[in-house]
Design a protein around this ligand. Structure first.
Ligand code: NDP
Ligand code: 2IT
Length: 445
């Protein structure tokens, strides 16, 4: 019998309606079986039971008024999952699909990801079922102000430091920060992803996408390969996707497709990143607009079709569970040799199984997309020093961090009998540091 089965059973019994959270916990617990065998003291100290239960969960009402004077009510969340190794840290997601299961899965993964960065940050996540799409700047601003009017009492530069995620970019961080500062009357690094003129870090915008490519580059280098001359498919067309695509180009690969929640574009001549930035970052329009600028490119409705395009490397950068078993099989059949997860949990467990069985090099999200939060931690560091580093300095630190994460995850995989399996390696390497800290800090009787 597996040692950790009963932990999983309790998680399901306690919250039977949280499938995404179960999915994230199951994967981690399965990876941690050899750790539970080697360290019975962690089992005895209840580390596994404790780590799957958030330290604190806050759910609150967010009322706001639209441009026509109508009142709307959304639900806000902040799940402060684990503070063993540093203040709670993790993004805010504004998307209509947001619920407690999704915020808990993201917060849980964040514990291990943040630990992997090597920097002193705990795990958290938050957000709302508010949909910024189609809203005016004024509406987004009033929503953010209302959201922060509750959130401010739960966060702080040494307590909990939120950032962006889906639907929360520099505009939203600006409105949230303005409201925090107004209420608290202090200028501190309480949020990351701030603008460059008010405490933001150079390279934070690019960090998740760039970091993903640095990680994948290191992973495929071990097999004697590189991005040079490869064909790459990137899903999504938001913050992570855009800067992953930009870095792929810089490293000599060709990105041929991007998507959004309506469909995908295929440009066999290579996606023109400047056009995508103009459409998505400046105009906030749909990715389908791309074909107006580049008529040789084609647009297809529906997002999953993007995985049937022939490519060498796939970088899912949109959302959870976007690659299922069928899509994974198509990628394998088309000769894809590496997958790097820019999004959080974009591959289903069945899809991961297909990749591993077929020898596809697989970079799991916790490790591969940790560059965003790592650079957030570098932003916190610069805020504390009241100083800022150059782009080159931050980018160099980011690259070093991603290479170290790869090394630590592959070493842990080998050490615990799963050589080459970075899913197991990242989960174990991330866990050990947090478990050690929880063990040392004891429990309150
Ligand atoms: P953005 O809001 O900037 O972009 C999200 C992209 O994904 C958009 O193209 C969006 O399309 C698409 N998308 C969102 N939801 C869905 C859905 N349900 N189905 C299909 N497509 C969807 O977010 P980010 O780029 O910041 O985040 C992307 C992923 O990366 C998320 O999983 C996030 O958790 C993860 N991540 C982000 C980090 C960061 O620093 N920003 C750090 C680490 C991970 P549309 O415009 O149509 O909604
Ligand atoms: O999923 C993630 O790691 C993020 N959205 C970034 C979190 C952060 O605090 O920068």
């Amino acid at each position: 019998m597996k040692i950790l089965n009963n932990v999983m059973e309790k998680v399901i019994k306690r919250d039977p309606d949280q499938p995404e959270f179960h999915q994230a916990v199951r994967e981690v617990l399965e990876s941690l079986e050899p750790v539970a065998e080697r360290y019975p003291e962690y089992v005895k100290a209840g580390i596994f039971e404790r780590i799957v239960e958030p330290e604190r969960q806050i759910i609150f009402r967010v009322p706001w008024v639209d441009d026509n004077g109508r009142i709307h009510v959304n639900r806000g969340y902040r799940v402060q999952f684990n503070s063993a190794i540093g203040p709670y840290k993790g993004g805010l997601r504004f998307h209509p699909s947001v619920n407690l299961s999704i915020i808990k899965f993201l917060g849980f993964e964040q514990i291990f990801k943040n630990s992997l960065t090597g920097l002193p940050i705990g795990g958290a996540k938050g957000g709302s079922d508010f949909d910024p799409k189609g809203k005016s700047d004024g509406e987004v601003m009033r929503f953010c102000q209302s959201f922060m009017t509750e959130l401010y009492r739960h966060i702080g530069e040494d307590t909990d430091v939120p950032a962006g995620d889906i639907g929360v970019g520099s505009r939203e961080i600006g409105y949230l920060y303005g409201q925090y500062k107004r209420i608290r009357n202090n200028f501190t690094g309480v949020l990351t992803g701030k603008g460059l003129t008010w405490g933001g870090s150079l390279a934070r915008t690019e960090a998740t996408g760039y970091g993903l490519c640095y990680f994948v580059e290191e992973m495929i280098k071990a097999a004697g390969k590189s991005f040079k001359g490869t064909t790459v498919v990137v899903s999504g067309s938001g913050n992570v996707a855009i800067y992953a695509a930009e870095k792929v180009h810089q490293l000599g690969g060709e990105v041929i497709a991007l998507s959004d929640s309506n469909g995908y574009i295929h440009d066999p001549d290579g996606i023109k990143i400047d056009t995508v930035k103009q459409i998505k970052e400046v105009e906030r329009k749909r990715i389908s607009e791309y074909i107006k600028y580049h008529p040789k490119a084609k647009y297809y409705e529906g997002c999953s079709g993007i995985w049937s395009l022939k490519c060498d490397i796939a970088l899912p950068c949109a959302t959870q569970n976007e690659i299922d078993e069928q899509s994974a099989r198509k990628l394998v059949a088309n000769g894809c040799f590496a997958v790097g997860e820019g999004a959080n949990m974009p591959s289903t467990p069945e899809a991961i199984e297909v990749f591993l069985e077929n020898g596809v090099m697989f970079a799991p999200a916790k490790a591969a997309n940790a560059g965003g939060v790592a650079t957030s931690a570098l932003e916190m560091c610069q805020n504390s020093m009241r100083y800022s580093w150059t782009f080159e300095e931050v980018d160099a630190k980011l690259k070093e961090i991603m290479i170290n994460i790869y090394k630590n995850a592959s070493t842990a995989a080998k050490d615990f009998g799963h050589e080459g399996n970075l899913v197991v390696g990242a989960n174990i390497a991330g866990f050990l540091k947090v478990a050690d800290a929880m063990y040392a800090q004891g429990i309150a009787y």
